[in-house]
Write a protein of this length. Sequence first.
Length: 230
Amino acid sequence: MPADIFARDYLATYVERDVRLVKNIGDLSVFRRFLRLCAGRAGQLISMSSLASDAGIAVNTVKSWLSLLEAAWLVTLLPPWFENLNRRIVKSPKLYWYDTGLLCHLLDIRKPQDLSFHPLRGAVFENLIVAERYKAAANRGKEPELYFWRDSSGREVDLIEGAGADKTIWECKSGSTIGSDFFKHLEFFGTEAEVPPERRMLVYGGGESVKRSAARVVGWRDVVAGLDER
């Protein structure tokens, strides 16, 4: 069965029928619009009021429906990382989908070629990596300890995995070639939080995995295959 047909049928039979019946959501068109708006916010900070305004529903309804999608293992809200770095930290969570196939379907991405020049290509790539790290933890029987970090100046690390001295930090770049500027936030946060270069991971859209002085460079296929595991 083609992936797009599978995603369409999955959306119709499970998400639009079974999931929405849990909370007795009557207006399917509003729920569909909400799902697509959530897809458009993948990898972004979530503003409940903005999402409510765009969907035409109340803020409390947004919170209720997001909780429903979380309980159904469709989305996860990635919390910000808190530790005293003497900087003001953004407190809103970021939204990710566990199934990037369903995410792409909701974004009307039907073929790999459609993704190549899509404005949300970077967000979809980041979503893939975050989802894979959730799955990696679950497959080891562990509760995922995943966060993101962003300061008031806009510096950001896409993913922080673990806590204390054992944490690993990740930067996700969809480009197939490595730019020198890809490392700057990993280096800044790694220095501030005392994360050594071997625990700084730059995952990118290329295929080569190598060690650099600033971080480990990992091709995305190695992350999906679990070959990045320490």
